[in-house]
Design a binder for this molecule. Structure first.
Ligand code: TRP
Length: 453
């Protein structure tokens, strides 16, 4: 393993790029609607427990394998496992990351459309109109496909610049921008009359509402939001230096990701409650409920309302883009290293193929018969197979491998940076990856297949 691998140029760049992978639609779109549907504060508390107990060890697992392998996810798994069948877990991660890229780009493309739609005032109208607007737009044959290709093209141009000049620089510019926009929208939302009810919904738990399916939903969400199970973290960790403190970095990532998810809640719930709209509409929350909320909440100052909406969709697009970069990088690194392709050519292949997959996903939303598989649109199939099947499965196998089969010395060396850092938590870590994580993930898995819960 003597070859020189590129590293992130600075600690800040490394943290922001990895946090950029984690912070995405999962935080600003999925987390608020899950919290909205599952009773707010109670869900958030369970979610935080899941992040600590399940997310942190899984992130660390990918970091350990990635930095040790110093190569794309498939080769990293192959290296640590000495070419045993465990290497297929790495191949599966690459495949999953690849498949989800196109589908993730579709939803990211919708965010771009909504920047323009809110700017042009296309979203002004009654609730029925806004709902129809979304249905018409998302199922139309051309526009969503163009936006999908556009956001993949943006990703492409960042990826081809490489790890330092591309991914790291873009993350250093985009993450702070995202954060500032987030704060502006949070403040505007919390200043609305009656906003305190939303804040209360977020922070005052009602434990009588707790139930099993909530627990499982929170576990699934922690996986999705932290980018676990698709080789993203493993690929990024292959660019970490030997000085990087893996435990501390993982802790930083979960802190940033959770903080941003909660801020996203603080953007959405106070505004929704101030106009008496219940934020439990599910996936359509940000594309149907929210335009309504913005419009009604700022009815007396339409210009500010428009501005807040535009800023909101810009920050959503930025969050999506940084995650898309990490997904794209998984496949690009794989293709360029395993097939010895120059990076720009590998990136082009991935961009083109993912655009085609994305286009089909997008087209399938309009109920086109030839894109329906097993009674579900192609979009839903991708969402289900990748997000709900392969993602927990990859995380599960990684934990089992690290806990039971991986050379213990390598795991300990990576954990403690070859003995230079304290190994105080190492036995706790082993306990988590050997028992706690696999069992919990198994439960999420069975629940999402509808077998329990
Ligand atoms: N974590 C991202 C989000 O919150 C999505 C994402 C990027 C992801 N890469 C991933 C999810 C890998 C699972 C696995 O939107």
């Amino acid at each position: 393993m003597s070859e020189q691998r590129v590293n992130f140029g600075s600690k800040l760049g490394m943290v922001l790029a990895t946090a950029g992978s984690a912070v995405g639609l999962g935080n600003v779109w999925r987390f608020p609607y899950m919290a909205g549907q599952n009773g707010g504060a109670t869900f958030i508390i369970i979610y935080i427990v899941c992040v600590l107990l399940l997310g942190l060890p899984c992130i660390l697992g990918e970091f350990i394998i990635g930095r040790h392998g110093a190569a794309n996810t498939a080769r990293a798994y192959s290296r640590i496992s000495g070419g045993s069948p465990w290497r297929f877990v790495g191949y599966m991660g690459v495949l999953t990351g690849f498949l989800i890229t196109g589908y993730y780009a579709v939803v990211s493309g919708w965010c771009l459309q909504y920047i323009f739609a809110s700017f042009m005032g296309e979203l002004n109208g009654d609730p029925a109109y806004i709902s129809r607007y979304f249905a018409d737009f998302s199922s139309s044959p051309l526009r969503p496909v163009l936006w999908t290709v556009a956001i993949l093209a943006a990703t492409h141009f960042i990826i081809i610049r490489g790890v330092r000049q591309g991914i790291e620089r873009a993350s250093k510019a985009m993450m702070p921008t995202l954060f500032i926009l987030l704060l502006i929208v949070v403040v505007s939302s919390c200043m609305l009359p009656g906003a305190s009810k939303g804040v209360e919904f977020l922070f005052r738990p009602d434990f009588s509402k707790m139930n099993g399916s909530m627990l499982l939903a929170a576990m699934g969400q922690s996986f999705y939001s932290l980018s676990i199970g698709m080789g993203c973290l493993c690929t990024f960790a292959s660019y970490f230096s030997r000085q990087t403190n893996l435990v501390r970095s993982a802790a930083n990532i979960i802190a940033i990701d959770t903080f941003i998810a909660i801020l996203a809640g603080l953007m959405i719930f106070p505004a929704a409650f101030s106009v008496g709209i219940n934020p439990d509409s599910g996936p359509s929350l940000i594309f149907i409920t929210l335009p309504n909320v913005f419009q009604q909440a700022f009815a007396s100052m339409p210009l500010i309302g428009m501005l807040v909406a535009v800023l909101f969709y810009i920050l959503l697009s930025l969050a999506a883009l940084t995650s898309l970069i990490s997904l794209h990088e998984v496949s690009t690194a794989f293709l360029s290293e395993e097939f010895r392709m120059p990076r720009p050519r590998a990136a082009l292949v991935i961009t083109v193929v993912c655009s085609v997959i994305g286009a089909f996903c997008s087209l399938s939303i309009g109920g086109r018969d030839w894109l329906v598989v097993c009674g579900k649109s192609l979009f839903d199939v991708f969402d289900f197979v990748t997000g709900q099947l392969l993602l927990p499965f990859g995380g599960f196998l990684t934990c089992i491998y690290l806990g039971w089969f991986a050379p213990r010395k390598i795991v300990r060396d990576e954990f403690t940076n070859w003995g230079t850092l304290s190994g105080r938590f190492f036995s706790l870590y082993l306990l988590l990856v050997r028992f706690v994580c696999p069992i919990c993930i198994m439960l999420i898995f069975l629940n999402q297949l509808g077998l329990i819960g």
